[in-house]
Every structure is written in C-alpha cells, then in structure tokens.
Design a protein around this ligand. Structure first.
Ligand code: RB5
Length: 153
C-alpha cells in the first residue's frame, strides 16, 4: 500500500520506526512530517496527511504527535477524512471495521513502539464491514457537508 505518515517534534523517533516497520513489510510510505527537533506545529502535518488521503495521493494515513489528539483534530478538518485517535489495538481494528477510518492516530508520549506497531497492523489488516455502518458514516458526511443532520430533527 501507499501510506502517508505525519508527525510533530514529539513523534520523530516513533514516526521513523513505524515508517521503517512498514517499509520492511513492503509498503511505500510518504513522509509529510517533520524530521527536525525544533518545535513543530502538528496541524501542518495533520493537514498534509489529510489532503493526501482525501485527494488519493496515498491510500491511507498515519498521524502521530505527543498524544495523537491534536494531529487527529487537524486531519479531521479535511473533508472526507475520518481520523481515529486510539491507544490500543482493539479500537484500531474496530475503527476500520465500523468507522472505515482512513487515518489512524496515536501518541508517541502515550503508547510504546510495540503497541504502536500492533495498532498499525490491526488497523491495516482489518476490513470495513459496510452495511449498517455505512448509514452512520453517511450521517457523519452529512454533518460535514451541510452542518446539519436530518436524522436529528
Ligand atoms: C506538543 O507539545 C504537543 O502538544 C503535541 O505533540 C500533541 O500532543 C498535541 O495534541
């Protein structure tokens, strides 16, 4: 797969380890993050990964900052992005199966590298189930597109 990855200054080492891990499995990884230790604003990377995924430049994305939260919030502002911030593998699997998350996010200050690899594996290997879950994803898209949700009237 062609996978985009982004990070801030808090997640350089983890980004590089995850990148090498994925490349070792044969994936192509496009790096939209920073590699300098200077303080770096995570919305820049979250935005770049979000645009790359939404525009089809890459098939999916991984975003890592200190907590994973800030960069996920930024990525989620790009239309068409469902960026899930998780800290364990079960949610990583379920967010693909039920939410069809196209970006997975986690925190370099929250999880260790082995758990991060498990998160990435579970998410990449899971399959979206569709069915009833598509109706809910369509509702999320409706909110995004119209700032309104008919089902909530
Ligand atoms: C940077 O200090 C930190 O705020 C950032 O990595 C992230 O945790 C934000 O959500």
């Amino acid at each position: 797969m062609k996978i985009g990855i982004g990070n801030d200054h808090a997640a350089i080492d983890m980004k590089n380890e995850i990148k090498a891990y994925l490349e070792g499995k044969g994936h192509e990884v496009v790096d939209y993050g920073t590699n300098t230790r200077a303080s770096f604003d995570y919305p820049i990377s979250g935005y770049k990964v979000g645009k790359a995924v939404a525009g089809g430049e890459v098939e999916c994305g991984i975003c890592i900052c200190g907590t994973g939260v800030g960069i996920s919030l930024a990525a989620n502002k790009v239309h068409g992005i469902r960026a899930a911030c998780v800290s364990e593998p079960f949610s990583a699997r379920l967010t693909k199966m039920h939410n069809n998350a196209n970006i997975i996010c986690f925190g370099a200050r929250v999880v260790g590298i082995e758990v991060a690899k498990m998160i990435v594996d579970e998410w990449l290997n899971a399959e979206y189930e569709g069915g009833r879950h598509q109706r809910r994803i369509d509702m999320i898209s409706e909110i995004e597109q119209t700032q309104h949700l008919k089902a909530a009237e």
